[in-house]
Design a protein around this ligand. Structure first.
Ligand code: DGT
Length: 147
């Protein structure tokens, strides 16, 4: 039987992102200009490259984007989303420990914000639609903000 040609549509890209916490706040970065979703606030991370495990990919991304040596913790949640023809599968990991101070090597700006503040920011649709779950995943030990 002849194999169907592979459609270029709906290919899926695996992405990893990290929840870095400090003093009840979470680290977010503003996506750079000349990039997809420019200006939107995201969790640091990026695409998994061929041959990498998700943990290796996130360790590399956090080094490239923030200049830190991170220990990738627990997988907190996963979600999928499609932007037009492209699908992304995002794995969100907790990052409890790292060496170095995060610097904006890739983002326009980095900010530590109370999780609730995510509601007021422009964030990727992939994250917006699961914001309740994200806030829940970030919950528990978080200090309540006044927002
Ligand atoms: P590159 O090398 O320019 O393709 O960039 P990478 O590998 O740093 O990856 P990036 O950040 O452009 O791709 C991640 C994709 O996942 C992008 O379509 C945006 C989407 N995304 C949705 N929510 C998030 C999030 O919270 N963090 C990150 N990093 N990406 C997110």
């Amino acid at each position: 039987m002849q194999k169907k040609p592979r459609s270029k549509k709906n290919h899926w890209i695996p992405v990893v992102a990290g929840f870095l916490k400090k003093d009840g706040k979470i680290l977010v970065g503003q996506r750079p200009e000349n990039n997809s979703l420019a200006g939107q606030w995201e969790f640091p991370g990026g695409k998994i490259e061929l041959g990498e495990s998700p943990e290796q990919a996130l360790t590399r991304e956090l080094d490239e984007e923030l200049g830190i040596e991170a220990e990738v913790g627990e997988l907190k949640m996963a979600c999928s989303h499609t932007y037009g023809d492209v699908g992304i599968l995002i794995l969100f990991y907790e990052i409890k420990y790292w060496k170095g101070e995060p610097k904006a090597k890739h983002h326009m700006m980095l900010e530590w914000i109370y999780p609730e503040e995510l509601k007021l920011r422009t964030i990727p649709e992939a994250n917006r639609k699961i914001l309740d779950r994200i806030l829940q995943a970030l919950g528990g030990t978080w200090r309540k903000s006044s927002l």
